[in-house]
Design a binder for this molecule. Structure first.
Ligand code: 8YV
Length: 322
């Protein structure tokens, strides 16, 4: 029997063609929630990203066997509920690691050297004489980078920092990362020590109940006044109101942010009025090459999950044991 798949995000033409070789594909705009829920009722699988899929939305989806998210993060799903229902959830780690680490480094450099602020300053016609201290930034090379969560992306950030910029790398993680310790000299410490020692604090954790609000007013106070916070993980890992206060009061020097509590970031967010903030529109993995690789990876994951041949990229392996 041919599989029925709902695609709730635009896919590159070759990826869509690949799916059509293996399944009947129905393209649905998930903003039309009623149509999306109806389509899921008939589907064996679904592929897409960027919207929350709640238990209520799949309540009537009795034939649904697999969901494939075109992302590494899976905080848009209730994984326990999917496992109870016997639905496999797949994601796309690995293919986006390097471009996301590049985004993190872009934020580090842009924040430290005030790249965005000063480029704007030039465009506004302010460069009328040699620049002076008012335009100076701070060094990146040789400084201490604290990585909160040293998984795949954190590891790729650590490599850039240690080998490219000769930075000292501190990290927190549930378990030691031996490769990062050996190859990049990374040192595992408690969060409090990381916050106190680091010139750049970089969040690389997934969003879970444990990491929600991980960095709040207390943690920001523990950072150096000269430190910069970098977040390209998920907005809610940081208490945004507390961050805004800390940036206003000079509790920390600045922030480089690719993610926010609410996305798109509301136009009236105080963050947008601050010179010491670099705000990006969640571009972590957003290159042509990487987004294509993610879509391809997600399509292969879905077909493999429906055929029963998939062995990797499965979030809830427990389903397979049932
Ligand atoms: C995008 C991401 O949000 O992979 C992730 O977890 O945050 C991003 O790559 C998006 O889901 C890509 O479609």
């Amino acid at each position: 029997m041919t599989h029925k798949i709902v695609a709730y995000k635009m896919l590159p033409p070759d990826v869509e063609a690949y799916l059509r070789e293996h399944a009947e594909v129905l393209n649905v705009d998930p903003r039309d929630e009623a149509t999306f829920i109806e389509a899921l009722k008939e589907a064996n699988g679904a592929i897409g990203a960027s919207i929350r899929i709640t238990p209520a939305m799949i309540e009537g989806a009795k034939n649904l066997k697999a969901l494939s998210t075109i992302s590494v993060g899976f905080d848009q799903f209730d994984v326990e509920d999917l496992t109870r229902r016997g639905i496999i959830l797949t994601h796309t780690p690995d293919v986006l690691t390097e471009s996301t680490a590049d985004t993190v480094f872009a934020l580090i450099l842009a924040s430290a050297r005030r790249v965005v602020e000063l480029a704007e300053w030039v465009k506004q016609g302010n460069w009328n004489a040699s620049i002076g201290e008012a335009q100076f930034g701070v060094d990146v090379q040789g400084k201490t980078l604290g990585i909160v969560g040293l998984g795949r992306i954190g590891g790729a950030v650590a490599r850039r920092a240690a080998l490219g910029f000769r930075m000292n790398v501190l990290y927190t993680n549930r378990s030691p990362n031996e490769q990062a310790e050996k190859e990049y000299g990374a040192k595992r410490v408690e969060l409090d020590e990381l916050l106190a020692q680091s010139d750049f604090v970089c969040l690389q954790v997934p969003l879970t109940p444990e990491t929600h609000g991980l960095i709040g007013a207390n943690e920001l106070k523990k950072m150096k006044r000269s430190a910069i916070l970098i977040n390209a993980s998920r907005g809610p890992t940081v208490d945004e109101a507390a961050l805004i206060e800390a940036l206003k009061n000079g509790t920390i020097r600045g922030a480089g942010l690719d993610v926010f509590e609410q996305e798109p970031l509301p136009a009236d967010s105080p963050l947008l009025a601050m010179n010491n903030v670099v705000a990006l529109p969640h571009i972590g993995s957003a290159t042509h090459e990487t987004r294509h690789a993610m879509a391809r990876n997600a399509a292969e994951n879905l077909v493999g999950a429906l055929d029963g041949t998939l062995t990797q990229n499965i979030v809830n392996r427990e389903v397979l044991k049932r």
